[in-house]
Design a protein around this ligand. Structure first.
Ligand code: FMN
Length: 530
């Protein structure tokens, strides 16, 4: 085994939660060192972006999945601002007593938001040529440098990075995983926001981390001093019409502006394994052929007049479910259908690798489906291995009335509520919804192609979670990502031996209860901007 792969495999093992022992963490929250949720670059020129405000784009949510249904909007400052707001901007503030915290269109484990975003602009309406950091709190771009990036007309680059410390402050060693989930959610959130404008968004999969860091200035020691560093995640191209894949180019920045803020006054704990695994996962430049999604029938229909921007901004994580609400089997089938990549359809057209994640569903309250444990395969190639290697007690009965192209099998009839709850770190949300699920990654075979693929597996899981978050809202229910689960406990229930499959992320959907003690405030009421 190569050394980076050893490091990644060891990191994954040591950051598993076990029934008798959680992965190493700080053991309590040190509020005095809570990281600032917002990165700023003091001294950098700012561009205030127009706000969507109460307005919404005319795009219907259901049209996001109808190729050609949304005419590309003009490439104006207002629309570029709308993309940033709907992808990564604030969606509301919550208040309880003297405490107030912002929610965003993209979710984040513990609402800690490790993901930072940058725009690389060339010849854009109202935005100077150069690299700009997006500060969601103020809905402004902070110009980091002026450079001439020779980009095609009506495109820009959007880079994402992670500040691991934000998650590590609360979650310790497991935090690196959560940063990757969040990056996946941010990729999907960006793709959906672009789609709402009729635009394209695509991850430039060939780029190396070093190229991303150099272009965004993440490698500039002088600008970070004692500030927590950012790790490059992905570079995406946003294009008004056809996506153009861009090779990394030698672009010389002229002048850099701004100093990164320090997020916590001190760090009570150091988590060296996070930096070790991050180094082991560094992505080199690659030249893999793009994977093409196989033809599939059109997605199952959704009867909804909801606007895309409305669904995106109302997305929330349920903190509690009512333990009663059921959904129809058709609703579940549609959700599963949208987890399948199709050409020219968000969010999966943002990436170009084959699906490597499958779902183990704990079905509790789905009308028309017998409660129990189900498997949903997103890639038929895995079926024979699954049948051969998972628990020999599994029945493999095709789900009742399920469309032929959805490989959904009931493997055990059961009241799975207690098991789902116990496996998800005893969280009630896994039992009280209509269903919950674990995302099973084809782990060893994927990592054999490069240790850095570890991150892609989590990104894929995050994208999947984002599909489910939005679909839950559109169906009148609510979802919640679940990062806390007992890894090997899940594997045991499924009969997974060895490391060929690993559960990376869980999710739950159901009828949400709202916490009426919390006050909700408008996202940008504090800005007083037109
Ligand atoms: C990767 C990830 C893991 C999460 N894990 C949990 C979890 O284990 N339990 C939980 O109640 N919420 C979990 N959440 C929900 C977050 O707490 C929630 O996204 C965050 O508080 C922001 O709220 P919002 O989603 O309503 O914007 C998770 C979210 C993400 C993205």
């Amino acid at each position: 085994m190569s050394q980076p792969l050893d490091t990644v495999l060891a990191y994954h093992e040591r950051t598993k939660h076990h029934f008798q022992r959680y992965a190493a963490g700080p053991g309590g929250l040190d509020w005095a060192t809570q990281p600032d949720a917002f990165r700023t670059f003091a001294g950098s020129p700012r561009v205030a972006l127009p706000l969507l405000g109460e307005a919404s784009l005319p795009t219907h949510y259901a049209d996001l999945y109808r190729p050609g249904a949304i005419a590309p909007h003009a490439f104006t400052l207002a629309n570029i601002a709308a993309l940033l707001e709907l992808a990564l901007g604030l969606s509301a503030w919550k208040e309880y007593g003297a405490t107030r915290w912002a929610l965003r269109c993209n979710p984040s484990s513990g609402n800690l938001h490790p993901t930072e975003a940058y725009v690389v602009a060339h010849d854009l309406d109202g935005i100077a040529d150069g690299v700009h950091h997006y500060l969601s709190r103020d809905h402004v771009l902070e110009q980091r440098c002026d450079l001439h990036a020779d980009l095609p007309a009506e495109t820009f680059l959007l880079g994402l990075s992670s500040i691991h410390w934000r998650e590590a402050w609360k979650y310790g060693e497991r935090a690196y995983r959560y940063c990757q989930h969040d990056a996946g959610h941010a990729i999907a959130a960006t793709r959906y926001a672009a789609a709402a404008l009729g635009w394209q968004a695509h991850v430039l999969g060939d780029w190396s981390d070093a190229d991303i860091a150099a272009l965004l200035g993440l490698d500039r020691d002088a600008d970070f001093h004692d500030a927590e560093r950012e790790h490059p995640d992905v570079m995406m191209v946003i294009a008004r019409t056809a996506t153009q894949l861009l090779a990394p180019q030698a672009v010389a920045a002229q002048t850099w502006f701004g100093q990164a803020n320090r997020l916590s006054p001190t760090h009570a704990h150091d988590w060296p394994v996070i930096e070790e695994v991050a180094a082991a996962c560094a992505k080199p430049a690659t030249h893999a052929p793009a994977w093409q999604a196989p033809p599939l029938p059109d997605p199952l229909p959704l009867v909804s007049e909801a606007r895309a921007s409305g669904i995106i901004r109302q997305r929330r994580s349920a903190q509690e479910f009512d333990g009663m609400t059921s959904i129809s089997a058709d609703t579940l089938f549609r959700m599963l259908d949208l987890t399948l990549p199709r050409a020219a359809m968000p969010p999966w057209d943002a990436i170009d690798w084959a699906p490597r994640i499958h779902l183990a569903l704990f079905v509790h309250r789905v009308d028309g489906l017998t409660p129990g444990l189900y498997l949903f395969l997103r890639n038929a190639d895995i079926e024979s291995k699954m049948r051969a290697e998972l628990s020999s007690e599994f029945e493999w009965v095709r789900a009742e009335a399920c469309p032929a192209h959805l490989l959904l099998y009931r493997v055990a009839e059961a009241d799975a509520r207690n098991a789902a709850k116990a496996l998800s770190c005893h969280q009630d949300i896994a039992a009280d919804g209509a269903f919950s699920l674990g995302m099973l990654a084809e782990y060893e075979s994927s990592l054999a192609h490069g240790a850095w693929i570890y991150r892609q597996l989590f990104w894929e899981a995050g994208i999947l979670g984002h599909v489910l978050y939005l679909e839950a809202e559109a169906a009148g229910v609510r979802g919640t990502g679940i990062g806390c689960f007992f890894d090997d406990g899940v594997h045991e229930v499924l009969g997974i031996k060895g490391r060929w499959l690993q559960s990376l992320y869980h999710f739950t959907i159901g009828g949400a209860l709202t916490d009426t003690r919390l006050q909700t405030l408008a996202a940008y009421a504090h800005l007083k901007r037109d």
